[in-house]
Design a binder for this molecule. Sequence first.
Ligand SMILES: NC(=O)c1ccc[n+]([C@@H]2O[C@H](COP(=O)([O-])OP(=O)(O)OC[C@H]3O[C@@H](n4cnc5c(N)ncnc54)[C@H](OP(=O)(O)O)[C@@H]3O)[C@@H](O)[C@H]2O)c1
Length: 347
Amino acid sequence: MQSHHPQPVILVTGGTGLVGYAIQHVIETEPVGSRFGRREGEKWVFVGSKDADLRDPAQTKKLFDKYKPTHVIHLAALVGGLYRNMRYKLSFLRENMLMNDHVLQRAHETGVSKVLSCLSTCIFPDKVTYPLDESKIHLGPPHESNYGYAHAKRMVDIANRAYHDEHGSNFTSAIPTNVFGPNDNFDLEDSHVIPALIHKCLLAKRNDTPFIVLGSGRPLRQFIYSYDLAKLFIWQLREYDDIEPVILSVGEDEEVSIKQAVDAIVTAVGFDGEYKFDPSREDGQFRKPASNQKLLALLGGKFEFTPFKDALRDTVQWLVEHYETDARIGRRNTRTNGTNVVHNGEA
Ligand SMILES: NC(=O)c1ccc[n+]([C@@H]2O[C@H](COP(=O)([O-])OP(=O)(O)OC[C@H]3O[C@@H](n4cnc5c(N)ncnc54)[C@H](OP(=O)(O)O)[C@@H]3O)[C@@H](O)[C@H]2O)c1
């Protein structure tokens, strides 16, 4: 009998978010057949929560029955800033564990040949030696503020090993550092540092108000542009054949201070008003560098990361172009003083 190779179908959960949008962009813009481009005959499907609520096993099953994926990039997650993580620990734990379990188990039952799930460097132990590397995920409890999210994500790595040991499955995971780029969540009340600062700076420019940055500006972070991360996801899906996770990050020598990030944002936005730091506010951890040595060794040569300033400029441009239409800026606002948003028509 002739062996039948099905058409490769790559299902991307969380396909409507920051990282999913970037993977779709790269797949659609890189030349067909190139290292990060779509391959001839491949079908890519990007889905969000409207296509299937992955907390529900029946909807997850329906989704897999509809598209019959051969590969899955699993990005969908309940994500949020510090406040939401602290307030909703049980929701972060349960909803993420449910989504991850449903996706992995459905992938196993339908014979998906590879699943690449998304973890995060913020799931590492709180007390750990730096730099972070792939061997340190389970070495101690995560930070108190996000233990629900962190434990749920850590269990994906455990599940990947167990699926391999019990069924021989080829499920793995990626560990990105802080991501930013087009289609980020720019909601001022619940977003990560870069999108929040870009949005604030843009409002300060539009309203001619001071741009106040909370904290001293001294902490150092590694930021990865979502379009670079997308290429690394595509690489890991195709060229990496192991269960163990890989940290997807710029190098330790590419840490930037919050002040450097703010300077670059001010330039990209074209803001020439007053800007200052409020050092009376919490800074968070001074630095928490992650090593990308494993990634670089596997890639077999240097990967061209987009220069931080170029990536920021393109992200700002995207927000300006999409501000009035589909950018995620929280509740639509009309007036603000640059630090507190005043919502139109609300007390
Ligand atoms: N952003 C970062 O700095 C960062 C850093 C490290 C790791 N990560 C990880 O990267 C992955 C993608 O994050 P992101 O930043 O792209 O987040 P995002 O922009 O908020 O996107 C989240 C995605 O998950 C989907 N989703 C949420 N709840 C769902 C549900 N119940 N059922 C189905 N889909 C659901 C959303 O769908 P809808 O929008 O359609 O509702 C959306 O597509 C996550 O696993 C996250 O943990 C992010």
